[in-house]
Design a protein around this ligand. Structure first.
Ligand SMILES: C[S@@+](CC[C@H](N)C(=O)[O-])C[C@H]1O[C@@H](n2cnc3c(N)ncnc32)[C@H](O)[C@@H]1O
Length: 279
């Protein structure tokens, strides 16, 4: 498992702590590192391949100039970043989790596409890239909820906004948190086995919904892989998240200098995609 000193100060960290001696040295695990080996079981079938991930992004890709610079700033295991790089775009893939970045590099190598991948939390991006650099900034797959509350989201959105070129677009996808919260604290067990690399698994999401919206919430994800001999190998991790109302997101985007160009927001739909541009 990888430890990150940087994680002490940034978002994207879990609450797992060890203290050694006095004065105490605090080590916090970066979120998602424990799920690295089982992350494929969490990706929907349609987005498992780079091509599938690009297709899920929709028509937006066709509007990009051929030499567009693209930043996926929470790239996960890299399917979308690699898919966009294979279309010829100049892609940078960043992530708080160094393990995820490693997986992204491996996928890029597998597909023989050039791609710059780097471990960097949102707050760190201005140290690495000039402002107004990217034609498309992507933060998809429920990543923004890991920013710590309104202040963390504002900091992250301001960084993303600052990296956009004058005509650039920011794409965010998110769960409809109003629905997640309304369903309350619960355990969601997927209603079918998920098969990856020839192995079936049961996937469980255990939600801890705090009363106030702005309080830290928890989600424990467990992937129980079934062996041919009847054995069960369970990998799990507790993640922290801070949900937000759609109206709050819109206001925060505005405060970060962004206006909404397109939105699929629908109170009855589980997911929402927002495309924003500099106002
Ligand atoms: C649910 S995953 C989504 C990953 C990928 N976009 C996908 O769709 O599969 C959320 C990702 O956000 C990343 N993340 C959390 N906090 C972050 C931060 N402060 N900066 C950058 N990435 C962060 C996590 O490491 C994790 O890989």
């Amino acid at each position: 498992m990888a430890f990150s000193e940087r994680a002490l100060a940034s978002g994207g960290v879990s609450g797992v702590r060890w203290c050694f001696g006095a004065p105490a040295i605090e080590v916090i695990l970066v979120q998602y590192e424990a799920l690295l080996d089982v992350y494929d079981w969490l990706i929907p079938d349609a987005k498992l391949t780079p091509q599938g991930s690009v297709a899920a992004l929709g028509d937006l890709v066709r509007t990009l100039p051929a030499d567009a610079r693209v930043l996926d700033c929470s790239c996960g295991t890299g399917q979308l970043a690699v898919g966009l790089a294979s279309l010829g775009f100049d892609v940078v893939a960043t992530e708080a989790s160094a393990g995820m970045v490693g997986r992204t590099r491996e996928l890029a190598d597998e597909h023989s596409v050039p791609l710059q991948a780097m471990a960097a939390a949102w707050d760190d991006l201005p140290d690495h890239f000039e402002s107004s650099t990217f034609d498309l900034v992507i933060c998809v797959g429920n990543s923004l909820c890991h920013a710590q509350g309104s202040a963390g989201r504002m900091a992250a959105l301001s960084v993303m906004s600052g990296l956009l070129s004058p005509q650039g677009l920011l794409v965010l996808t998110s769960r409809t948190w109003e629905l997640v919260r309304a369903a309350g604290t619960r355990m969601d067990v997927r209603d079918h086995l998920v098969r990856r690399r020839g192995q079936d698994a049961v996937v469980v999401y255990s939600w801890q919904i705090a009363q106030p919206w702005d309080q830290e919430h928890h989600l424990e994800i467990a992937v129980a892989r079934l062996g041919p001999d009847g054995s069960v190998l369970t990998t799990s991790e507790q993640l922290s998240f801070w949900p937000y109302r759609y109206e709050v997101l819109v206001a925060e985007l505005r405060s970060a200098g962004l206006g909404i160009v397109e939105s699929t927001s629908d109170p009855a739909s589980d997911v929402c995609r927002v495309v924003a541009a500099l106002a």
